[in-house]
Write a protein that binds this ligand. Structure first.
Ligand code: ADP
Ligand code: MG
Length: 252
């Protein structure tokens, strides 16, 4: 049975999508069977795999709102990964879900049907704590939190950890924290070092040893519609995500 990992943080621009795409691709490079579920209406993970969002006939919206089967929307990619794509119409689901039955559990229901087909199912969450993120966390076994090394990092992390506790008590009792990964780390700055020290001091046992460096190749890859391993496999960013994937595998 595949493990479902939601990549979540209510802040935008912290590296959720980059981590979802690169970790999925790294797990696939290591021979794992991976499904990437794009749960963000922005659809950046979808286009990050070279899929033209305008040409999609079906997306995550159709399985959450209209109860299509997830197998109807899953697309293979050139990169040994399957993707359940998203497009901007998914934004409407935030509003429509509010009045639907089982509104927190629709994605879980859909994903449970394909769990056996994969080793890992990675969900890229939107930058909010709305219904799409709740659906993702209800569907997940664990949550992986990308944390950008910036001044307010620890404050945002405490809020997120409180929210996860709330979700555990109300929506998904088995949810646990897969780990926190420090992103856009710049070892030349004191700030990155300070944030790392504080976060490790605070919740050290849950922070990955691997930190993701600020690496321009990681930000360039999406514009070529391919993951970092197809764009520049020898880059520092590629190496870091391979190391992270190994830690995720080792943690079981
Ligand atoms: P989120 O999904 O949390 O909004 P993204 O993964 O889209 O965040 O990252 C925000 C921006 O930062 C994007 O332009 C992305 O290319 C860039 N970025 C993410 N991680 C890195 C990194 N390690 N080094 C350099 N740029 C990065
Ligand atoms: Mg994103």
């Amino acid at each position: 049975m595949g493990k479902v990992i939601a990549v979540a943080n209510q802040k935008g621009g912290v590296g959720k999508t980059t981590t979802s795409v690169s970790l999925s691709a790294a797990l696939a490079e290591k021979g794992k069977k991976v499904l990437l579920v794009d749960c963000d209406p922005q659809g950046n993970a979808t286009s990050g795999f070279g899929i033209n969002k305008q040409e999609l006939e079906l997306s995550i919206y159709d399985i959450i709102i209209d109860e299509w089967e997830i197998s109807d929307i899953i697309l293979p990619t050139e990169y040994k990964i399957d993707i359940a794509p998203s497009q901007i119409g998914l934004a409407g689901a935030e509003i429509e879900l509010a009045s639907l039955e089982d509104r927190e559990y629709r994605l879980q229901k859909a994903i449970s049907k394909v769990k056996d087909n994969y080793d890992y199912i990675i969900i890229d969450c939107p930058p909010s704590l709305g219904f799409l993120t709740l659906n993702s966390l209800a569907a997940a076994d664990s949550v992986l939190i990308p944390l950008q090394c910036e001044f307010y990092a620890l404050e945002g992390l405490s809020q997120l950890l409180n929210t996860i506790e709330m979700i555990k008590s109300k929506i998904n009792v088995n949810l646990y924290i897969e780990g926190v990964v420090l992103t856009m780390y710049d070892s030349r700055t004191n700030l990155s070092q300070q944030v790392e020290a504080e976060v490790r001091n605070h919740i050290g046992d849950r922070v990955y040893n691997t930190t993701i460096p600020r690496n321009v190749r990681l930000s360039e890859a999406p514009s070529y519609g391919c993951p970092i391993f197809a764009y520049d496999p020898s880059s520092k960013g590629a190496q870091a995500y391979m190391d992270l994937a190994q830690e995720v595998i080792n943690n079981g």
